[in-house]
Design a protein around this ligand. Structure first.
Ligand code: KIV
Ligand code: NA
Length: 279
């Protein structure tokens, strides 16, 4: 498969063909996403929780994001790779944001960066895109701002709030973003925003009226222990944790019972050598 570029994404958008996006956080998760033919792989800062066990995304630092981006980039040979700018790496001013974006490209080996925020981030997005680094916006529910949003809440449920999401998406578009993630927004609001924009919207918890969809891989593939709460919008397509649990339990049992390793898992030695060795 040919490498997905901004041109590929733009042509999918203009053909009205949904853009497929999924997160990856390391070599194997990027490898499988790439082989499955995903258009875009996002190294989301959600890896703070799903790969590093942190409480939320506010804890992850640039160096940790860079390490994960590098491993993803070694596996995702076809997918377009977007890396999340972590909290603290872009809010101070456009200069700081550009320096962080450059590190993500140079060290993280990503093809684009994503940052959270709408109108207030316009000058920052403009600074990064004019430097030649594509930016994916992210409006609606912006998890890095959970404290000021009052938690993980659906955005755009009132007229004022829906207008704000629309204005944020438009501002992000005018600033030069190649697309925008709409997170946790009512489906009708997301569909209307999608109609009003001339760049693709990538929905997560935003219904099927968006130009594309994104999910956190660990959530959609079921690579988490039973009992973990996943958001309403996630469809769990697999049970990777269950498969892994089965495999590791079987291995453990076979080691205990000495069923593993069997003769076919061992290396032969010539009979004469063995006889001599045993003397
Ligand atoms: O960090 C992440 O995984 C994200 C997506 C869910 C959009 O930002
Ligand atoms: Na994120």
């Amino acid at each position: 498969r040919k490498k997905v570029t901004l041109n590929t994404i733009s042509s999918l958008y203009h053909k009205n063909e949904p853009i497929t996006m999924i997160t990856a956080h390391d070599f194997p998760s990027a490898h499988v996403a790439d082989h499955a033919g995903m258009d875009v792989v996002l190294v989301g800062d959600s890896l703070a929780m799903v790969a590093l066990g942190m409480e939320d995304t506010s804890e992850i630092i640039m160096e940790e994001m860079l390490l994960h981006c590098r491993s993803v980039s070694r596996a995702a040979k076809s997918a377009f790779i977007v890396g999340d700018l972590p909290l603290g790496s872009y809010e101070i001013d456009p200069q700081q944001a550009l320096e962080s974006a450059i590190r993500m490209v140079k060290v993280g080996r990503v093809q684009a960066v994503k940052l959270e925020g709408g109108a207030e981030m316009a000058s920052t997005i403009k600074r990064i895109t004019t430097a030649g680094i594509p930016v994916l916006g992210h409006v609606g529910l912006t998890p890095q701002r959970q404290n000021s949003l009052g938690g993980f809440r659906v955005q755009g449920k009132s007229v004022i709030s829906a207008m704000k999401v629309l204005e944020d998406a438009l501002a992000v578009q005018e600033a030069g973003a190649f697309g925008v993630v709409l997170e946790a927004v009512p489906q009708e609001v997301a569909a209307l925003i999608t109609k009003k924009l001339r760049i693709p919207t990538i929905g997560i918890g935003a219904g099927n009226g968006c130009s594309g969809q994104v999910l956190v891989q660990v959530d959609m593939s079921g690579y988490f222990p039973p009992g973990r709460k996943i958001p309403k919008f996630v469809k769990q397509y697999g049970d990777v944790w269950g498969e892994s649990m089965k495999a590791i339990t079987a291995y453990r049992d076979e080691v205990k019972s000495r069923a593993y390793p069997a003769p076919e898992h061992t290396y032969p030695i010539p009979k004469e050598t063995l006889e001599e060795f045993e003397q």
